[in-house]
Design a protein around this ligand. Structure first.
Ligand SMILES: *Cc1c(COP(=O)(O)O)cnc(C)c1O
Length: 465
């Protein structure tokens, strides 16, 4: 069997990496200085790097390895499909068994009348598809002005021109002339940072009503859709107040605005149900899926459409698609992955066992002097770092200073935890055991202690005025 082997020492790999490999979302010169960590292998929730460290992966890769690393069945599904039919397109009135089987399975798993799948290679591509889809949905019904898509500040919907425009990341909009026209952003339901004196419940309603105000401002007949993540992921695992989603759903219904639930992270068990929409009680018209769909073993994404949307789009020729839409190997692996999630009832396990277990263990970190809030939803978690928890204060130091230090201390303690500004976030594989949750939380606490000591030593436990 041919495989990529490595006999090089870490320093040489790092030098080659720095010389030739451009990393996403990375300051290349800065990384070259310290050298990238080289990951060699994965098993369950554990990674092994080129120095032999065993690292607990609190981020499931990039929110995607839901079934855990080292699943032999998925390797076999890929190999078998490559031998049978490694590629065929679905453009020209042809189809193949893996795409058919996966679409049918997704229609069965997705709630309500979400029964039709348009495949893409990633979450970003799927959201680009959604932009054209919802605009064409209204145009095909004689409403060509119903074009604007409303999204939220600090949302993440991908990195293509369309995906990044839908997203509300200021740092991304600052590069390359984004957002594209016809996309409007309203406030996010991030009570800790933006709720001021309001109760979380009142704030949730207020943020939902910003959507209604934007619709009134633009005119209902100019707004095509609202897109949102049921729980914001890359924005910092922001669990909305309970009042938020019911009000958003009411507003979308009242004004005939399509609701796109971006389930790229929240789908496939992450929140304790198959989809975050079920956890949050939403009835989306379209769902964006990717990541956990294949547990990251193959790049695949898609849009799941309701009967109503599919009927309209099916009545025209939709001039859109990707060479790898429904790629047979990716589809076969995704199907085998869904079988694992189903056979091991991983969504149910998160909902009944590991989610509540993490919630309790994680809440224990709220007593740490550096932690202003410890929140979870299923197997997503966030710690808000603060110099003064009573005041919900930000640091005087530039945003992300404390978070970056905390992430470095996590790495040093063989735990992958990510930072978004001064929020620390986790989303471990759904196969994580209770013992591993305890280990994760213990390592996080050690990292917090070390971070706090460093911040104090450098005079950085100071609130912004
Ligand atoms: C990761 C992500 C995307 C983009 O998916 P890619 O596969 O990286 O293109 C879109 N939406 C959400 C909510 C995501 O987390």
């Amino acid at each position: 069997m041919t495989r990529i082997t490595n006999h090089l020492p870490t320093a040489e790999l790092q030098a080659l990496d720095a010389a030739h490999h451009m990393h996403p979302f990375t300051h290349a010169a800065g990384l070259a200085q310290k050298g990238a960590r080289v990951i060699l292998r994965g098993e369950g929730c554990w990674l092994t790097d080129s120095e032999g460290h065993r690292i607990l992966d609190g981020m499931a890769g990039l929110w995607c390895v839901n079934a855990g690393y080292g699943r032999e069945e998925l390797a076999q599904a890929a190999a078998a499909q490559m031998r049978e039919l490694p590629f065929y397109n679905t453009f020209f009135q042809t189809t193949h068994v893996p795409a058919i089987a996966l679409a049918a399975k997704l229609a069965e798993l997705a709630p309500g009348n979400l029964n039709h799948v348009f495949f893409a290679g990633s979450g970003s591509e799927a959201n680009d598809t959604n932009i054209r889809l919802v605009r064409q949905f209204w145009a095909a019904q004689g409403k060509p002005d119903k074009q604007v898509i409303i999204s939220r500040r600090n949302a993440y919907h991908g990195s293509t021109m369309g995906g990044a425009s839908l997203g509300g990341m200021a740092a991304m909009h600052a590069q390359g002339g984004l957002p594209i026209p016809g996309i409007v952003h309203v406030g996010q339901p991030h009570w800790w940072a933006e709720g001021g004196e309001m109760t979380p419940e009142a704030f949730g309603i207020a943020r939902a009503r910003e959507l209604e105000a934007a619709i009134a401002d633009l005119g209902e007949d100019r707004v095509a859709a609202f897109i949102a993540e049921p729980v914001q992921g890359a924005g910092g695992v922001i669990v909305p107040p309970a009042s938020y989603w019911p009000e958003v759903q009411r507003i979308c219904d009242a004004h005939d605005i399509l609701l796109i639930a971006d389930e790229v992270i929240t789908g496939f068990g992450r929140t304790g149900n198959w989809f975050g929409s079920q956890t949050m009680g939403l009835r989306p018209d379209i769902m964006t899926i990717a990541k956990g769909l294949s547990s990251g073993y193959q790049p695949i994404g898609g849009s799941i459409l309701s009967d109503r949307v599919a009927e309209v789009i099916g009545g025209i020729e939709f001039n859109h698609g990707y060479t790898y839409s429904g790629h047979p190997v990716a589809a076969a692996v995704a199907l085998a992955n869904l079988r694992i999630l189903e056979d091991e009832d991983l969504p149910g396990r998160v909902g009944r066992i590991t989610g509540p277990y993490l919630a309790r263990a994680w809440a224990g970190l709220a007593d740490h002097p550096l932690v202003g809030a410890a929140e979870t939803c299923g197997l997503m978690g966030a710690l808000q770092l603060t110099p003064d928890k009573a005041a919900r204060a930000r640091f005087a130091a530039p945003e992300g200073t404390a978070g970056l230090r905390a992430r470095e201390r996590c790495f040093a303690n063989d735990l992958v935890m990510r930072h978004v500004g001064d929020r620390m976030i986790i989303a471990p594989p759904l196969v994580i055991s209770e013992d591993e949750v305890d280990m994760l939380v213990a390592r996080a606490r050690t990292a917090l202690d070390e971070t706090l000591a460093g911040l104090r030593a450098d005079g950085l436990m100071v609130a912004a005025v």
